[in-house]
Design a binder for this molecule. Structure first.
Ligand code: G3H
Ligand code: 13P
Ligand code: ZN
Length: 385
């Protein structure tokens, strides 16, 4: 079926009280695995491309310096691929821009074929965040495209220093933000943090999600809450990476029990990137251990060299530059690349599959309304948002 606006999936999470994992990809070849594993579990799928991931998938190996042109190209590459995979799939699939930096990034995604965008104005002064987010909503909703905003700052937040940091999302401000902007989803800061080093005993401050949801119910406003920085950082994978020559330390994630709990308390979407990066890195290291002849291969030998050179790295974008045609278009120029793609896909499926079960989205695909972008645009128009 065609891609659905992300809002269709979010509405189902609210109606049937489950959470939907939202999984980041950094290569076209990874998106296929995300769709397939969701199919296997009869779950809808949210595939995310982050702003810089779009630059990378546009061919920019130094993605941190990606231009709007790179992002436009990358957004088109990943959207074309995901549309193709979704077309042949029985499950609803949404393609969402993760951490859109500015209007240009959001437009690059929307024009490329994304059905949902995040505008991350969380580092701006409050009123500027409201104005920027509102602007994106005004551009997206007439096209039926979903919008996620962010309020509160995630990085460096520690659960037990609530008053000292005060970067947690204030539920009253969240309500004001949602009302003023008309966003469909809101990323909140409540104790989680991006990356692999979240601290050993992170405690999610679930009361923040509960409070915001309660206010929204009283006011009869729909807005799905999003938990960013929610990777679980499986300890067995960290150990395996290190046993295979990696050098990753102090890596701890969010405990699954906490994510399961908040998934029943108003968190609708749970963002995961790091767990996928770790599983893919482990599989690449294992592949070259088990296939020594591949270390010199003309197509994939460069990946081995990068793994050797950067033992602390686990961002696949560090290792993928030798196979950019596969990253950008999913092309498989040799048997060796096919073998590497196979282990990349397996890594994605391991990380994503386990979380589909934990977040309880399995079996729920038929509960998601198959609404088109045009129909969604009409609904926004009628509701005046
Ligand atoms: O939430 C952030 C994602 O993990 C994407 O990371 O900005 O390095 O692409 P990135
Ligand atoms: P992790 O780094 O915990 O995977 O978080 C990913 C994320 O929030 C993407 O937006
Ligand atoms: Zn995030």
């Amino acid at each position: 079926m065609s891609l659905v606006p992300m809002r269709a999936i979010l509405e189902a999470t609210e109606k049937y009280n489950f959470a939907q994992g939202a999984f980041n990809v950094n290569a076209v070849a990874q998106a296929k695995a995300v769709v397939e594993v969701h199919e296997m579990f009869r779950s809808a799928a949210i595939i995310q491309g982050a702003d810089l991931a779009n630059a990378f998938m546009g061919g920019r190996t130094d993605f941190a310096n990606g231009t709007t042109e790179d992002k436009i190209k990358g957004a088109r590459n990943i959207a074309n691929a995901v549309k193709k995979y979704a077309e042949d799939s029985p499950i609803p699939v949404a393609l969402h821009l993760d951490h859109g930096k500015n209007i240009e990034s959001c437009l690059a995604a929307m024009d490329g074929g994304y059905t949902s965008v995040m505008i991350d104005g969380s580092s701006l002064p409050y009123e500027d965040n409201v104005a920027l987010t509102r602007e994106v909503v005004k551009l997206a909703h007439p096209r039926g495209i979903t919008v996620e905003g962010e309020l509160g700052v995630l990085a460096g937040v520690e659960d037990h220093v609530f008053a000292a940091t005060s970067t947690y999302t204030n539920p009253l401000t969240a309500y004001d933000f949602i009302k003023k902007t008309g966003v469909d989803a809101l990323a909140i800061s409540y104790g989680t943090q991006h990356g692999a080093n979240k601290g050993k005993d992170t405690v999610i401050r679930k009361e923040i999600a509960i409070a915001i949801k309660e206010i929204l119910r009283h006011e009869n406003i729909f807005c799905a809450l999003v938990s960013h920085g929610s990777s679980t950082v499986p300890q067995y994978i960290v150990k395996e990476i290190n046993d295979l020559g990696g050098d990753i330390h102090g890596a701890y994630g969010i405990k699954k029990e906490q994510l399961k709990e908040v998934s029943k308390l108003g968190i609708a979407k749970i963002n995961v990137d790091t767990d996928i990066r770790l599983a893919v890195t482990r599989n690449l290291r294992e592949f070259f251990r088990d296939n020594p002849s591949m270390r010199e291969d003309a197509y994939v030998g460069g990946i081995y060299a990068l793994l050797q050179e950067k033992p602390a790295a686990f961002d696949p974008r560090v290792f993928f530059p030798p196979i950019m045609d596969t990253v950008m278009y999913g092309n498989i120029p040799s048997d060796s690349v096919a073998a590497v793609v196979e282990v990349i896909e397996r890594g994605v499926k391991e990380a994503v599959g386990t979380l589909i079960v934990d977040f309880d989205s399995y079996g729920k695909a038929p509960l998601v309304e198959k609404v088109t972008l045009e129909e969604m645009a009409e609904r926004y128009k009628k509701a005046g948002i």
